[in-house]
Ligand binder design. Structure first.
Ligand code: LMR
Length: 396
């Protein structure tokens, strides 16, 4: 069956991790995949997660299936985390939430649901976007809306808005709630207000990817776009992930929330979401969802978790500053101060693919094509090596 078949290319992000693991060079640095690392380069299990796991192990009595939309105690606190506890859409019962296998699972389930009900829609994605978005929505025609402007190292908001103003009603617009992946540049609140007005006027369907809540400004501030969009009373979908902010990468825990104009429509939407989930994976794995639900429901653990999220955010911001200073100190040409204006784990560095390839081949520093780096891969120990290597790469 496979005799005459060409091998598929490695995934542009996860394939880098495989190559990094196979690299025996002691100086190697992985700035590729978006995984948080601490000062010693480890991806820690959060303390709040460890505590929640102790509670769960002690109390667990069964490994029975979860319901199709997942852990029952998960949906309410997660919705409150996403939209804000006092959000009118929650009060009006216009939001339903399924617990999914990771943020990717949430996006994929959402795509399947939309394929059934909006089979003729085009999906509009930002230029650039997370590489996996294109594959997840492969069943739809896709178009790009302008986002990152390399000439000005920022967002071309007028061009973005102009395109979104022409998106036909019923098309799907994929948005990044915060910590835009890969650019690191986010809209300002007043720009979100303008975008929300366009969504409401044009009646396209927002599908928001919310994978990094807590990594931009904070857990509450980062929900600005999602909360504003949900106020419009339009249909929308939100895919959220607990890989990053709970560090639950390998537990595969995320959520898909459907916001509808009324409680009745939300209930109907959930009934169809259940049929989609049933044929894809039947019901989600329990452990990650139980951890999230336990932490969010326990005052002490929640406070500990919020502090740990803030700690991860602070460390990444510190690495942004150290990188900019390190490049400046070495006289690297160009102004890299834009790196401190970006949010989340990622920075679009402006380094060319030629430089990215050289850094990997010569220096064992791994970055995603297009020049995206994960700031969390930097530590006070490897930052001098990375800055020296970039200086060398740009000088040559
Ligand atoms: C990334 O962009 O590196 C992360 O979202 C991890 C992934 O699955 O690609």
């Amino acid at each position: 069956m496979w005799h005459n078949v060409q091998a598929a290319p490695a995934d542009v992000i996860l394939g880098l991790t495989e190559a990094f693991r196979a690299d025996a060079n002691p100086h190697k640095v992985n700035l590729g995949v978006g995984v948080y690392k601490d000062e010693v380069g480890l991806t820690p299990i959060l303390q709040a997660v460890k505590e929640a796991e102790k509670i769960l192990v002690a109390a667990e009595v069964s490994k029975n299936y979860l319901p199709i939309p997942g852990e029952v105690s998960f949906a309410v606190p997660v919705r409150e985390l996403i939209f804000g506890a006092g959000h009118p859409a929650l009060h009006e019962k216009r939001v339903v939430t399924a617990h999914t296998p990771g943020g990717t699972g949430a996006l994929r389930v959402g795509a399947e649901l939309l394929r059934k009900f909006l089979p003729k829609a085009t999906v509009w994605i930002s230029n650039p976007t997370w590489s996996n978005h294109k594959g997840i929505f492969a069943a739809f025609p896709q178009k790009e809306y302008p986002y990152y402007d390399p000439a000005h190292m920022g967002i071309d908001f007028p061009a973005m808005l102009e395109t979104l103003n022409q998106v036909p009603a019923g098309d799907i617009v994929l948005l990044h709630a915060c910590c835009h992946n890969p650019s690191g540049f986010d809209l300002q609140p007043q720009q979100w207000d303008e975008l929300v007005a366009v969504a409401a006027a044009r009646k396209w369907l927002p599908f928001v990817d919310f994978a990094y809540q807590g990594f931009a400004q904070g857990l509450a501030d980062d929900r600005y776009a999602v909360a504003k969009l949900a106020e419009t009373g339009l249909d929308m979908l939100v895919a959220s992930s607990y890989s990053k902010n709970f560090g639950l990468y390998n537990e595969r825990c995320g959520a898909l929330s459907l916001v509808a104009p009324s409680e009745h429509e939300a209930t109907v939407a959930m009934s169809h979401l259940k049929t989609v989930i049933r044929v894809l994976y039947s019901n989600p794995p329990a452990h990650g969802g139980l951890i999230v639900a336990t932490i969010l429901a326990n005052q002490g653990l929640r406070a500990l978790w919020e502090e740990e999220v803030a700690g991860m955010r602070r460390r990444i911001v510190e690495m942004r500053h150290l990188l900019v200073e390190g490049l400046k100190e070495r006289g690297v040409s160009g102004d890299f101060s834009f790196i401190t204006r970006q949010n989340g784990m990622f920075s679009y560095t402006g380094l060319s693919d030629r430089v990215v390839d050289w850094l990997r081949g010569e220096k064992h520093i791994y970055m995603v094509a297009g020049g995206r780096i994960n700031l969390a891969g930097l530590t006070t120990k490897n930052i001098a090596y990375v800055c020296d290597s970039i200086r060398q790469a740009l000088a040559g």
